[in-house]
Structures are given as structure tokens and as C-alpha cells.
Design a protein around this ligand. Structure first.
Ligand SMILES: Nc1ncnc2c1ncn2[C@@H]1O[C@H](COP(=O)(O)OP(=O)(O)OP(=O)(O)O)[C@@H](O)[C@H]1O
Length: 334
């Protein structure tokens, strides 16, 4: 047999590592003018599993294939060139034609350098487990001078994205403030947190502290939501941060307070208030494609919690009284 093609009649298409119950990678042939013909596609993983019983009688064959003669140079980049027929099965661990040729005489014979159309293509399912226990993801490799055929073969993705974007569900006011949510003031707020010392450094030197939420002049729906959240008086971090954000000063602000001491409301409330009034003042002239604010959080759980809080502060009952137009940035009607 001149070219090394997969022609083993008894062997099912697709290669299966019996010990690990994992399908293995690809097989190669050579002297093929078209790269699409030069690779033997791996069976779909599910099909391979479904055909598992076909492998039962081939234990010896599998043992040969998956006991490689030499340790791989790059075990994490595993590509199997499975050669059959008169030659024994060989597992090749290289990922370029040059590597394959150098590491295995059979590989060299199978992939002479003058074969311009050689293509190593790995179409294994998402994950492979090689004989060394590494997990490697499928990848596609090719010789450097095969750019054009490779590009031809690559097809743009059809259909929708596979990864799903998570969009938290919208909630109505009744859901956000439902009795079963047990909404109550943060624990120990009155006894401990409200007496904490506040330190403000930098900025313009102003040290305005709010005594009560009424002083914020938040829009009526926001005040209503604060009430629904059972917030009595602003916590120290809120007392100091809210005026700074509402003042829209020309400097950045960093707030720092103990966990559970009301930081979330300290920035969400003034931000939502500013957006609310901005929307009222600008009417239809909004760019609906752009976000008004970007809040980053280190975990999805915290992001969900922030989203929930933001919805609760921002929700306005349908038909609720619309605030008057032309509020200034600090909430004072002009
Ligand atoms: N002024 C307030 N009065 C009463 N309860 C409040 C007040 N501000 C916030 N809370 C409540 O206190 C609890 C803790 O607040 P929050 O989660 O905002 O604190 P945090 O400092 O952001 O916490 P973390 O550091 O864990 O993110 C929440 O249930 C919140 O609704």
C-alpha cells in the first residue's frame, strides 16, 4: 500500500479508547491533493458511544493503538495518526507535519515534505483524554504552507451562538417586595453601623453628610422604594457617598466600608436617581443602545444580587405619579 489510508475493514470508523471510554483523535492519510480528503473525520462522540458494543471484540487492537512506542514530546497537544493495513497501528503525538515526520519513520513515510496539501485536522469531540491522563481540547493544526486550502475549508459559523447569554429575568414590583422576601433593615444597623466613624479624604474637601434619606431629594418612586426596603436612616457609607455621587464632581470616588454595611445602596441609589432624572429631562433624545452605567462585580452571584437591588430601587409602579421635569442633578425641582 503506497499511501497510508484508513482501510481497516473490521474496525469501526472512529477510534475509541476502551479503557477510558473516550474517543480519540484523528487519522491521517497522505498524497491526497485535497485537504478535505486528507483527514478522516472522527465519529461524533455520541455515535461512538452508541456503537460501543462494536469495539468489544477489538480489545487487542485497541491495546496496540493506545500503548504508544515512545513518549510524546508534547503530550498536551495530542494528535493521533492511526495507521493500519500491513503496517502496525501507530499513535503519533506530534502536531505538525514536521514533528510527525521526525518522530516516526512511519509518519515520515506517511507525510513526505513535498505533500503540500497535508492537513492535520482534529475533529475530536470537546475533550480528549490521552494516554497520559491529560485533558486537551480539540485544536486544528496544519503545515504553514497550507493556508489557502485550510481557509477554503473553514466555514463561517452557521446558526446562533452556542454559548448562552444569561439575562436575569425582569421582576415586577409585587415580586420584588413580596412578603416572602422578608425584606427588613440590615442586621444591627441601629446599634453598630450607624455610629461608625466616617473619614473622607481628598476630593474638594467637602464633607457633606446626609442625616436622612429625605435630604437626598431622590425622585418620588425611588423614595417609595427606599421605604419599601425598610431603610430607616442612611448608613455612614451612604451618608458620605450619596452626596458625592449626586454632586457629580469631577473626580473619582472610592468607598470602603465593612461588609453588609450598605455600600450597594450607597452607589445604586444616587446612580439610579441621576439616570431617572436624566431620562425625564432629555425625553426621547436618549441613545437606547448604550448603557447608562456599567457595574462590575467579581462573581455572578454578586452581580445577581446587585441586579435584584437595582431593580428594587428603580422599579416604578405603572401609573405612579411621574416626577416633574427639570430636576437638577441634586434632585431639587427647578
Ligand atoms: N440604610 C439602610 N437601612 C436599613 N437597611 C439597609 C440600609 N442600607 C442597606 N440596608 C440593608 O442592609 C443589608 C446589607 O446591605 P448591602 O448588601 O448593601 O451591604 P454591602 O456593604 O454592599 O455588603 P457587601 O459588602 O456584602 O456587598 C441589605 O439587606 C440592605 O438591604
Amino acid at each position: 500500500m503506497s499511501g497510508l489510508q484508513i482501510n481497516e475493514p473490521a474496525r469501526p470508523r472512529g477510534v475509541f479508547n476502551k479503557a477510558r471510554k473516550q474517543p480519540q483523535s484523528i487519522a491521517q492519510s497522505n498524497n491526497v491533493p485535497n485537504p478535505t480528503q486528507s483527514c478522516v473525520q472522527h465519529e461524533d462522540y455520541n455515535n461512538t458511544l452508541a456503537n460501543e458494543n462494536l469495539y468489544k471484540d477489538n480489545e487487542e487492537w485497541f491495546t496496540e493503538v493506545y500503548n504508544p512506542p515512545t513518549a510524546p514530546k508534547n503530550p498536551e497537544r495530542l494528535i493521533n495518526a492511526d495507521l493500519s493495513g500491513t503496517q502496525k497501528n501507530v499513535t503519533n503525538y506530534s502536531h505538525t507535519r514536521a514533528d510527525i515526520a521526525q518522530e516516526h519513520p512511519i509518519g515520515k513515510a506517511a507525510h513526505p515534505k513535498e505533500n503540500e496539501n497535508f492537513l492535520v485536522q482534529n475533529r475530536a469531540p470537546k475533550k480528549q483524554v490521552n494516554d497520559f491522563g491529560d485533558c486537551v481540547s480539540a485544536s486544528t493544526q496544519m503545515a504553514p504552507n497550507t493556508q489557502a486550502p485550510y481557509e477554503e475549508e473553514r466555514q463561517p459559523r452557521q446558526g446562533p451562538r452556542k454559548s448562552k447569554r444569561y439575562i436575569p429575568p425582569r421582576k415586577l414590583e409585587a415580586e420584588l417586595f413580596a412578603p416572602e422576601n422578608n425584606i427588613e433593615a440590615g442586621p444591627y444597623f441601629d446599634e453598630n453601623y450607624s455610629e461608625l466613624a466616617i473619614e473622607i479624604t481628598g476630593g474638594d474637601g467637602a464633607k457633606l453628610l446626609l442625616d436622612k434619606f429625605d435630604d437626598c431629594k431622590f425622585a418620588p418612586p425611588i423614595m417609595k422604594n427606599i421605604e419599601n426596603k425598610k431603610y430607616g436612616k442612611p448608613m455612614p457609607i451612604q451618608q458620605s457617598v450619596i452626596p458625592i455621587i449626586l454632586g457629580k464632581h469631577d473626580f473619582d470616588m472610592m468607598g470602603h466600608a465593612q461588609t453588609g454595611s450598605g455600600k450597594t445602596a450607597a452607589y445604586l441609589l444616587p446612580i439610579i436617581d441621576i439616570i431617572y432624572k436624566f431620562k425625564l429631562n432629555t425625553g426621547d433624545g436618549l441613545n437606547m443602545d448604550s448603557p447608562y452605567v456599567l457595574i462590575l462585580s467579581p462573581t455572578r452571584e454578586l452581580a445577581n444580587q446587585l441586579h435584584e437591588d437595582a431593580m428594587a430601587f428603580a422599579v416604578a409602579r405603572a401609573g405612579s405619579e411621574q416626577p416633574k421635569r427639570n430636576w437638577n442633578s441634586f434632585g431639587t425641582p427647578e
